[in-house]
Design a protein around this ligand. Structure first.
Ligand SMILES: Cc1ncc(COP(=O)(O)O)c(C=O)c1O
Length: 369
């Protein structure tokens, strides 16, 4: 099989551990187990038998996830997956086939776009527009969604812009999807990392054909658990679960164990507050830095540890990222890898002094222009 290279992940996989300053990461600096579990829980963890567990996730964890989405979502609507990456994979594998057509939000993480095209699915990119505050123009969406459309794919909060979809656009997307009787796939892995501390509206339960994917890697600062989930109708969840038998069978028992404890209401809120405070502090620092950097325009994101900076110099995003990487040992991600040229993404979720040192290096590079 010929498959497209997932440029964003490939470049990160190859270089994120090689550079002095990795500012390509989109999540918040990871937590330690000792910071999130009580001493009793840590002792219990060490004495836990390592079962396979429940292949769809333990009832305790599925209940915790369901609670995040409110009274209309129950544990039958939840499947625990190996990261939201697996949840996205399952959505593509179970609902789409060669020849289908999807409308896809760009810029984006591009996992779904690359994967879908690799399987012979026609991917119609619809850019969110910076002049609209990184929103979709609903008139453009209406034109692209036709009886052929199988799925509308969004990423909210958006990676790489950190923008939140407005209520008006969200309502419009739901109406358009209902009219076309197509699926909505909403990747919400950055939900919970809003800079104002208010979790944005989720698409969960919007229609019978809505899939919401999320996980603990970003807002919860726990990428090493590799824990994600899918929320959807009981039919969808059962279908995705039966495909999950072919992928990882189930999430590591230890990850399920930890997740079911830290998603308990108070602890979850405590982690999200830490995320918000950390991001606010670092974003102010980044914006102050950017004031004296005419080569880039940085706009304040509404969520997530990322901002999509416009390049005001005649250089492609890849050339910029490769030069910075090779000469200054700092890694950013290129707009091209997110489906939009002319920008580079900064990740500012690592510790403040680390971000600051990385920015100093970038400034040295930019001073050469
Ligand atoms: C939008 C989006 N979805 C999914 C993922 C995969 O995340 P994970 O599998 O760690 O939950 C990422 C990772 O950066 C992402 O940015």
């Amino acid at each position: 099989m010929n498959f497209e290279i997932f440029e964003l992940e490939r470049n990160q996989s190859l270089f994120e551990n090689e550079v002095d300053y990795n500012l390509s990461e989109s999540g918040v600096h990871p937590l330690k187990l000792s910071e999130i579990l009580t001493q009793d829980e840590q002792d219990e963890l060490l004495n836990t038998n390592l079962f396979y567990g429940y292949t769809n996730g333990t009832p305790a964890l599925r209940q915790r996830v369901a609670d995040i989405y409110g009274p209309n979502i129950s544990i039958e609507n939840v499947l625990i997956t190996s990261g939201s990456a697996e949840a996205n994979f399952l959505a593509v594998m179970t609902q789409l086939e060669a020849g289908d057509e999807i409308v896809y939000m760009v810029p984006n993480y591009l996992q779904i776009g690359h994967l879908a095209r690799s399987f012979g699915i026609k991917v119609i990119n619809l850019p969110i527009r910076q002049d609209l505050g990184w929103q979709w123009d609903l008139d453009e969406l209406k034109v692209l969604v036709t009886p052929k459309t199988k799925m509308i794919c969004v990423c909210n909060p958006n990676n790489p812009t950190g923008a939140l979809m407005s209520d008006e656009v969200m309502v419009g997307v739901i109406e358009i999807a209902k009219e076309a009787n197509c699926w909505i796939l909403s990747d919400e892995v950055y939900r919970g990392a809003e800079l104002d501390g208010n979790e944005c509206r989720s698409f969960a339960g919007a229609t019978d054909k809505t899939i919401v994917n999320a996980g603990l890697s970003k807002a919860y600062s726990l990428p090493g658990l590799r824990l994600g989930w899918s929320v959807g109708s009981v039919d969808y969840i059962n279908r995705a679960w039966s495909f999950h038998d072919f992928t990882v069978i189930n999430v590591a028992y230890l990850s399920d164990w930890v997740a079911s404890r830290i998603l308990e209401y108070d602890r979850r809120k405590k982690i999200l507050n830490r995320t918000k405070d950390h991001l606010k502090y670092n974003l102010n620092m980044l914006c102050d830095w950017a004031e004296n950097v005419p080569a880039l325009t940085i706009t304040r994101p509404q969520a997530a540890a990322i901002t999509f900076a416009k390049l005001n110099i005649p250089m492609s995003s890849e050339e910029f990222v490769f030069t910075l990487r090779d000469k200054y040992s700092v890694l950013l991600t290129a707009g091209k890898w997110h489906g939009m040229e002319g920008f580079v993404r900064f990740g500012y979720g690592t510790p403040a002094d680390y971000v600051k040192s990385g920015l100093d290096r970038i400034k040295t590079f930019l001073d050469t222009f």
